[in-house]
Every structure is written in structure tokens, then in C-alpha cells.
Design a protein around this ligand. Sequence first.
Ligand SMILES: *[C@@H]1O[C@H](CO)[C@@H](O)[C@H](O)[C@H]1NC(C)=O
Ligand SMILES: CC(=O)N[C@H]1CO[C@H](CO)[C@@H](O)[C@@H]1O
Length: 314
Amino acid sequence: MKSNRLTFENFEGQFVTHGIDVIADPKNAGAVYIFAVNHLPNPAFVQASENERESIESARSQIELFHHVLHSKTVQHVRSIRHSLVYTPNDISAVSPEEFYVTNDHYYRDGLLRLIEDIWPFAKWSNIINVRISDMKAKDATAGLDASVAHSGLWNNNGLGAGRSDDEIVISSAVGGELYLGQLHAGNHTISIHTTIPFDTVTDNPSYYSDPYRSESDDASGFVVAGVSQGIYLGQTGHDINGKDPLQVWYTRQTSAGTWENKLLFEDDSSRIRTASAAVLVPIEPKGGSGRKQAWLFVTGFLSESMVAVQVDL
Ligand SMILES: *[C@@H]1O[C@H](CO)[C@@H](O)[C@H](O)[C@H]1NC(C)=O
Ligand SMILES: CC(=O)N[C@H]1CO[C@H](CO)[C@@H](O)[C@@H]1O
């Protein structure tokens, strides 16, 4: 229940984070790799005159790959990753230290077309890119890597997470209020969607909870999604330091009949925490044979000053 701030060992410069993913180091059980989006300013934009700027992208985002030995106080930069297909990176789901998927959340960075994407359900311009790294030591962010489009055509796909198995991925449509389950095809690095789970609220950044205490008759494994309950007001409240953004955290699991059962795990009117964009469950060991399944729920968001930890029944 304590958070630790890690110090960079060999990384300097700006770090404007967004989506991250953490995966185990396959060669060292006591270490992890961390992939993190870094929204850097475009040097060409910074140097350009006011007039020239109209035709130049303001951001040149990239992904940073770090390595961290658990319980140490530092994090080591492995390399930066930049590719022209990854233009508005949002969230990341890694399959290995050398391969990951990343969403481009909007095709247009600003202006009228971006607004249309947010309100028009047929404006499905966002996509998911698969990136493979062949040289973990490359100094040039664009060298020693390859990328291709893994999926396109979803409306404003946004959050990504690991699914129920190694070849499954979970994708959320932030404005559409849906979760998609997709199969990863290792041969051609593409994703095919096989299941859609509808929600009544904005869904962000999904995570999968695998119940370590499951039995044949009682499995609490499911997907957790957090979101703001009144996303429509975000345009106004987002600029107000004292603004209120109520939130909800949902949990969904498959019934024996194969349907999805959605359950509201937590909600707040913004007095405890403002916004929610990520939530995870951590199991609590069942005691006393009551059969009651409980977990710690951690919730935080893009305008949160802190993180909520609350014990919930599953
Ligand atoms: C990728 O491979 C899978 C499995 O072999 C196949 O079903 C799918 O159609 C392929 N996708 C593309 C775009 O080639
Ligand atoms: C990775 C990540 O944070 N994805 C989304 C989570 O939720 C926020 C708030 O809606 C989005 O801005 C992010 O794109």
C-alpha cells in the first residue's frame, strides 16, 4: 500500500506520459520492462515561425522502453521507439520486450475533424499498430524496428489491455462505451475482433482480473473498466481546477450461459477522487470458508491527484 517514485538512471529530457504497460522480463523473474508513451514536442514545430506552424504537427510522440529490477529505486532506459505509423499513441499492450501493440486514438490531432470523430459514431478513423523491435540497443529511435497496421475501423479505440490468454487483447472505445475482445495473430501481426461487450458508460483502459482462487463452480475472473460518468461535460470541467468529474468503475464477467454480466464496483461524485481512467483488482485471500470473493480495487484518472484503494466484493 505504498507507492515508490523511481529515479531515471540514464534518461534525460522531457517525459510527457500517457499510456503505459508493464510486462515481466522473460530472462529475469525479478525484473520488468515498462513501455511508456512520451508526447514530445515536434522540433520542427518549435523552430517554425507562426505562419509555418499551421502546416506542421505540434507533437512528435514516441514510446520509451525502460527496464526495472523489482524493489530497486531506479529505472533504466533501454531505447526510444518512433515510427511514422505511430502518430497519436495512446495506450500500449506489450506481448514481449520486443513486440507491442499501440493505439492511435484520433486520426486528426485537432480542428473540426477531431470534433466530428468524438460525436459521430461512423467516424472510425483510429487504429492499432503492431511494433516489432529487432535491435534493443539502437540509439536512433527510428532504427532497428518494424511496424504494421494490426487493426483499423473501430470507433475511437483508446485503451488496450492483456486478455484472458496470451493471444487475446482487450480494446476499449472511450466514447462508444464498448469493450472488444480480439485475437492476436502471431503470423501476420493482426488482430481480429470476436466479442463486443456493451456498457452504459464511457469505458477507458480495461484490465483483466484473473481470479487465483477460482474453482470450477466459482470463477470471479473478469474485465475491469473505469470511466467518467458524464464525459459530455469534460470539455468544460477539464479546464476548471475545481471542476467535478464523477466516475464509475465496472466489472464484467462471463456467465455459464456465455453472456456478459456487468456490475458496478465503485462510483464517486468526485469528492473522493476526480475522474477515473484506469482500474485494477488485486485478489484478497478468502478466509473462513464463507466463499465470499473479495479484492482490492485501485482507481485513478487523468485529473486525479491521488489513487483510491477500496475493498470490494466480486
Ligand atoms: C492473419 O492471419 C489469420 C490467421 O492465420 C487470418 O485468419 C487472417 O485473415 C489474417 N489477416 C490478414 C489481414 O491477413
Ligand atoms: C492509456 C490511457 O490512459 N488511455 C486512456 C485512458 O483514459 C484517458 C481519459 O479518458 C484517455 O485520455 C486515455 O487515452
